[in-house]
Design a protein. Structure first.
Length: 327
């Protein structure tokens, strides 16, 4: 069981000692996983608690909201992904201008030492923290000597040991930026390689224009406030996970329905292997579902009427089924 605290006041006074790291962890990609797996090993060896401190919202939304990056995943998915790694606890710190005003020493003393009783702090070699990002690795080492904790430096996955390569074949460190770039290009395969799992969105299934049903391809439409970065427009093969946890192969449409002069972007998933004996009872409306993106089949195209679109949709479903079920 992983403890999730939304305020330092929720941390038990006798908690610890702990091995701690901190960061935004957007995407919980393989670089994050490398750091956290080492943190967990260190905690087990020292019989300490393994703790991650994360911030909500992302600092960019506080300092420069007009240019803040799109989040790869919502907070609930981030906490779930972090919890699956084997951490003992996660502290969610509300990011605000007050928090940003703390000096590097004040942040470390208040959150890592006084609150979590850190015996070890695990960070990357380029970590920055404290007011104006004034704190760095040397700062943390000095604070470790002052407050009595050890500092462990980790190189994130991708730059050493088991590299991933970009389109030019160059070694590239796993990063949230790389994931965003891939998704914005519709390259969900590269995003999955960096994340270590399929990219996902989570949201409530709501009523749409019902065009898919009229064409013979009913879809589960995600609400506009669904969490997770929307990939580039196109048709994807993927999975829909219903509220009960059952996984269904799906052909997923992302876009504005150009054949019908759509204007707002939508994410719609057509479940391929719906139970034929109870197809009329297969109702996902109101459920909170997860949509996972496995492969991009094609870009979004405006067809010359519904007939041509239906012919293409039949091909999309066959291709998605072959990719997901027959491989």
């Amino acid at each position: 069981m992983v403890y999730i605290w939304n305020d330092p006041s929720e941390v038990p006074a006798d908690f610890g000692p702990s091995v701690v790291t901190f960061g935004n962890f957007d995407g919980v990609h393989r670089g994050h996983q490398q750091v956290l797996s080492q943190l967990i090993r260190s905690a087990r060896l020292t019989r300490s608690k393994a703790v991650a401190v994360t911030f909500d919202p992302h600092p960019a939304f506080v300092h420069r909201p007009e240019s803040a990056p799109e989040m790869i995943m919502g907070l609930d998915d981030k906490l779930e992904a972090l919890g699956e790694l084997g951490l003992d606890a996660i502290l969610v710190v509300k990011y605000s201008l007050d928090l940003a005003s703390l000096t590097a020493e004040e942040f470390v003393e208040q959150y890592l030492v006084d609150c979590l009783h850190a015996s070890h702090v695990v960070i990357g070699h380029d970590a920055r923290f404290g007011r104006g990002n004034s704190g760095d690795l040397d700062t943390m080492k000095a604070l470790g000597e002052k407050f009595g904790f050890e500092v462990q430096v980790i190189s994130e996955f991708g730059s050493e040991g088991y590299p991933l390569h970009d389109d030019d074949g160059a070694d590239r460190r796993c990063s949230s930026t790389w994931v965003r770039e891939a998704l914005q290009e519709g390259d969900v395969a590269t995003a999955a390689a960096v994340l270590g799992r399929w990219h996902r969105m989570r949201g409530e299934v709501v009523h749409g224009a019902a065009r898919g049903r009229a064409l013979g391809f009913p879809t589960a439409n995600l609400a506009s406030n669904a969490s997770g970065l929307i990939p580039a427009d196109g048709i994807y093969a993927g999975w829909l996970v219903d509220q009960a946890g059952k996984r269904w192969p799906a052909a997923i449409s992302v876009g504005s329905n150009p054949t019908f002069d759509g204007v707002s972007r939508q994410v719609e998933a057509h479940v391929i292997d719906r139970p034929k004996e109870a197809v009329e009872d297969f109702d996902l409306y109101g459920q909170t579902v997860v949509v996972e993106f496995v492969a991009r089949l094609r870009g979004m195209v405006a067809y010359r009427g519904p007939e041509a679109l239906v012919d293409q949709m039949k091909l999309d479903v066959v291709q998605a089924h072959d990719l997901l079920v027959k491989r």
